[in-house]
Design a protein around this ligand. Structure first.
Ligand code: TYM
Length: 327
């Protein structure tokens, strides 16, 4: 089977954007591919974290991803910081990554604007660690949201450069945005992506939000001065709500337009909220069960960590030998 790798940062709670944009596809890819999925907790400290909160977010995210349907019998679902090869290869790749190319990363530019008091070296070299995550597993495919595609491009560039110097060491991975992967925008500002760093709390829906909270956020969602529900670039708010509704119900945009023909925005927003609540209900129930079972979670990640360590070590050994390190 072709190899897939993807990862998510446990910096805060999982958003509906993460889920509809990425995680839902992780689940469906498990049968067709050999999947490595990671909690990218090394990436998380590029932004300052509170230790207690960080521990909670890692556990919550691990339990929630299991609840979403990551099946540890099928996929290797590990914790990045537990597998030593990631930081090791990241250092090496740092030395094969240029200052100029890192300077062009839009996420770095955005984040250094947002966290102007802490523009640390890790924030800058973040893509080299992400490249290590991917290249260690010789991944064929890397499913990501559109916001991560630039990091995939630099990963391919780093790998190609390395292979050019030392021969075929790395598989050149293909990044892709799954076609049913929704690009979910903020409910309060539909020109920016839904993100936990949204200044307006009503812009971002979290997977573990209570039903009342979810309903409230959808009812307050920004729309436009028109009254008709249809998909258009000129209607970013409504189009975003349609995307979300389509993603959780499986309905097409045409079906949705028909369903709400002659109805107002109020009815539409209520329907979207209800559909999201219903979709999340079984996931939240499962999360509540798993989060209480720390022993099960620990057993699951330990098995996956050991597998990932062993698998990735082969690539690291090869890289080090090629460069000229002795054993
Ligand atoms: P992260 O943790 O920000 O997001 C995880 C995944 O969710 C996608 N995503 C979205 N998709 C659609 N709409 C949104 N509003 C939205 N918000 C987030 C992201 O594109 C991503 O696919 N650097 C990565 C984590 C990472 C990684 C990797 C990914 C570390 N190593 C190796 C792939 C391969 C990140 O910060 O994603």
């Amino acid at each position: 089977k072709p190899i897939v790798l993807s990862a998510i940062q446990p910096s805060g709670s999982m958003t509906l954007g993460n889920y509809l944009g990425a995680i839902k596809n992780w689940i469906t890819m498990q049968d067709e591919y050999f999947c490595f999925y990671a909690l990218a907790d090394l990436h998380t400290i590029t932004v300052r974290q509170d230790p207690k909160e960080m521990r909670k977010h890692i556990l919550d995210m691990y339990a929630l991803l299991l609840a979403c349907g990551i099946d540890p019998e099928k996929s290797v679902f590990f914790i990045q910081s537990h597998v030593t090869t990631h930081a090791q290869l990241a250092w090496i790749l740092n030395c094969y990554t240029q200052f100029g190319e890192l300077s062009r990363m839009t996420q770095f530019k955005d984040k250094s604007r947002k966290h102007a008091d802490n523009i640390n070296a890790g924030l800058f070299t973040y893509p080299a660690l992400m490249a290590a995550d991917i290249l260690l597993y010789q991944a064929d495919k890397v499913p990501v949201g559109a916001d991560q595609m630039q990091h995939l491009e630099i990963t391919r560039d780093i790998a190609t450069r390395f292979n050019g110097l030392y021969g075929n060491v790395f598989k050149i991975p293909e990044g892709f945005v799954p076609k049913n992967g929704a690009r979910v925008m903020s409910l309060q500002n539909p020109s920016s992506k839904m993100s936990k760093s949204d200044e307006n709390v009503n812009g971002c829906v979290y997977m573990l939000d209570k039903p009342e909270t979810i309903m409230k956020k959808f009812k307050r969602a920004i729309t436009d001065t028109d009254t008709k529900v249809y998909f258009s670039e000129d209607k970013p708010g409504i189009s975003n709500l349609m995307t979300i509704y389509g993603a959780v119900t499986g309905k097409t945009m045409e079906q949705i337009e028909k369903e709400f023909d002659g109805k107002g925005y109020g009815d539409f927003k209520t329907a979207v909220g209800e559909a999201v609540v219903e979709h999340l209900r079984p996931i939240q129930d499962e999360y509540n069960r798993i989060i209480k079972d720390r022993a099960y979670m620990e057993e699951t990640w330990k098995k996956a960590d050991a597998f990932a360590q062993n698998f990735s070590q082969r690539t690291l050994d090869k890289v080090m030998k090629k460069i000229g390190y002795i054993k």
